[in-house]
Ligand binder design. Sequence first.
Ligand SMILES: NC(=O)c1ccc[n+]([C@@H]2O[C@H](COP(=O)([O-])OP(=O)(O)OC[C@H]3O[C@@H](n4cnc5c(N)ncnc54)[C@H](OP(=O)(O)O)[C@@H]3O)[C@@H](O)[C@H]2O)c1
Length: 289
Amino acid sequence: MIVLLGASGYVGSSIAWRLRQLGAAFFSPSHSDLDLTSRDAVSAWFADKKPEFVINAVGFTGRPNIDGTEIEKWRCLQANTVVPGVLADVLGGLGIRWGHVSSGCIFNGANADGAGFTEDEEPQFAISDPRAGWYAQTKWMAEKLLRDAPGVIIWRPRIPFNAVDNERNYLTKLMRYDRLLEVRNSISQLEEFAAATVQSLQERIPDGVYNATNPGSILTSEVAEALRRHGICRKEFQYFTDENEFLAHPGRVYRASCVLDPGKLAAQGIRMPEVHESLERTLHAWKRA
Ligand SMILES: NC(=O)c1ccc[n+]([C@@H]2O[C@H](COP(=O)([O-])OP(=O)(O)OC[C@H]3O[C@@H](n4cnc5c(N)ncnc54)[C@H](OP(=O)(O)O)[C@@H]3O)[C@@H](O)[C@H]2O)c1
């Protein structure tokens, strides 16, 4: 049996979909079944269940968007750092393999030659950039806790998107904004990311950190143009002149944009399609809410 934590969320529900598609038996405890912040409760629960592996898709990304993580700091710290910290301690002690959904938001930009950051490079954004918000810091603290823990795979997705209109979907978010910020990012097609997480654990790839984005990178304007080309959004998008204009809005948190290199995951035989190709296929299958 597999345990999936955070199965009701945007990312977790996609992993649940993938497990169902594979016919894999899994169990997803709810908040009321198990307090994931309590080491004693988690320890007793997993000692009893003894799953084959665990996927942690619990987290707090803010409501209505990341700006909300600056207000609900404790909730954010609990979901993004305390929960993975408890899991590392308990699952490591019980010898249960597991995977944790981290985030690429701990990086900003790309290497000087435009190449994506690899897993060997230290995330420079969450650590030392004073513009880094609370969300990025909580995700980075979790990675720090988990890096030395045994039996854990850490996946770093970025800005998930898929073909179903949803307030958590990057494509839906873009369409709802009146003005866009032109930035270059690596992004993750949600179902392809979900398939990669399950495959990583089923195929027992080595423990460690893996960038889990579609290869390549894409500009905001390329995504906006693709939405128009597919007739999904006919808006004439307007753009902020620069980041300063974007940040002038009160309460708005600085957003990192970054390019990641998913080559390490691909070297394990887990290949997500090239980003433009994946976006085209997703838009072709677009379903309104
Ligand atoms: N969405 C993104 O843009 C994005 C990008 C990169 C990485 N990620 C990462 O992906 C993970 C999932 O994000 P998401 O977008 O799927 O968020 P989401 O839709 O808000 O789902 C979060 C999930 O975590 C559960 N949860 C939150 N706090 C909990 C707690 N204290 N104890 C137990 N369960 C708790 C929620 O359960 P309830 O529904 O019961 O509250 C829900 O199942 C997070 O780690 C996030 O950092 C997300």
